[in-house]
Write a protein that binds this ligand. Structure first.
Ligand SMILES: [Fe+2]
Ligand SMILES: [Fe+2]
Length: 255
C-alpha cells in the first residue's frame, strides 16, 4: 500500500445527493454480498489493465508507479472478496437475482472502460486520474453509509486511502508528462467519461422503462383478447358436432 498525499477525498455533490439511495442499496445483506463480489471483479480487472499499462509505457517512473498501483488494485479485489465471503458465512446468503442498483451505485473506478493498448501516457493518466477520483468520491459515501456494518466500513476506509493516493499521483504525473496541456487532456477524458456514464444510465433506465411498458401492455392489451376468447368459447357447442355433408366431399384437401 502506498502512502497518500491527502487523507480523504470529498465526495462530489452528485454522490452526496444519492446518499439515501446508497444507504438503501447497501442496507440489504444479500445485495451487499453481490456488490462486494462485483467490486472485487472490477478492482482485479482494473489491476490487470494497469499491469498492462506498466508493460507498454516507455517511461520508467510511470512503469514503477503503475506496478505499485496494479498491486494495490489486486489487493482491493482480495479485500472485497474476503469481506463478501465473511458476510456469506454469517448470513448463509444465496445468490439472489434481485435489484442490485449497479447503474446507481457502480463499482468505484469505471476502470472497466479502460483501453490500454495504443493509449498515450497522457491519455492513460488523465483517464486514471478521473477514475480514481470517482472511486474516492463513491467509496467515501459507501463508507459513510456503512455504519451498521463496521468491518465492511473498515474495508472501504482502507481502500479509500489507496484510491486517494492513486488520484493524486496520476494528476501529478500528468502534469509532469504534459506540463502545458494537462488540463485539456483532463477535459477530454471527462467528456468521454460523461458520455459513458450517460450510456450506462440510459441502459439502466431503458431496462426499467421496458419492464414498465411490458407490464402495462400485459394489463391493457391482453384482457380484451381474453374476453373475446371466453365469449367465443361460450358460443361453441359442447361435445361432438355433426359436419354438414357438403363440407366433407373431398378427401384430398383439408377443408
Ligand atoms: Fe481500487
Ligand atoms: Fe485505485
Amino acid at each position: 500500500m502506498m502512502d497518500s498525499a491527502r487523507p480523504h477525498e470529498r465526495p462530489t455533490a452528485f454522490d452526496r445527493m444519492l446518499t439515501p439511495v446508497h444507504r438503501w442499496i447497501w442496507s440489504d445483506t444479500d445485495r451487499r454480498v453481490q456488490k462486494l463480489l462485483r467490486f472485487s471483479e472490477t478492482e482485479t480487472d482494473g489491476g490487470r489493465d494497469i499491469l498492462r499499462a506498466a508493460e507498454v509505457t516507455s517511461d520508467p517512473l510511470l512503469r514503477r508507479l503503475y506496478l505499485e498501483h496494479a498491486i494495490d488494485e489486486f489487493r482491493h479485489g482480495v479485500l472485497f472478496r474476503h469481506r463478501a465471503a465473511e458476510l456469506l458465512k454469517v448470513s448463509a446468503s444465496r445468490s439472489s437475482p434481485g435489484f442490485h442498483g449497479d447503474w446507481l451505485a457502480p463499482g468505484g473506478h469505471g476502470l472497466d472502460d479502460l483501453q490500454v493498448d495504443g493509449e498515450s501516457d497522457r491519455n492513460m493518466l488523465a483517464f486514471l486520474h478521473l477514475s480514481e477520483k470517482a472511486a474516492a468520491s463513491r467509496f467515501t459515501v459507501y463508507r459513510d453509509v456503512m455504519q451498521h456494518d463496521p468491518p465492511t466500513r473498515a474495508v472501504f476506509e482502507e481502500i479509500l486511502h489507496d484510491e486517494t493516493f492513486h488520484m493524486n499521483y496520476t494528476l501529478m504525473q500528468l502534469a509532469r508528462v504534459e506540463p502545458k496541456r494537462h488540463r485539456r487532456h483532463l477535459w477530454r477524458a471527462r467528456l468521454s467519461r460523461l458520455w459513458k456514464a450517460y450510456l450506462r444510465l440510459a441502459t439502466g433506465l431503458a431496462g426499467i422503462l421496458g419492464s414498465m411498458l411490458l407490464t402495462i401492455q400485459y394489463f391493457t392489451l391482453l384482457p380484451p383478447f381474453a374476453w373475446l376468447a371466453k365469449r367465443a368459447a361460450h358460443r361453441e357447442r359442447s361435445g361432438w358436432t355433426m359436419v354438414s355433408p357438403g363440407h366433407s366431399d373431398s378427401l384430398d384437401r383439408q377443408y
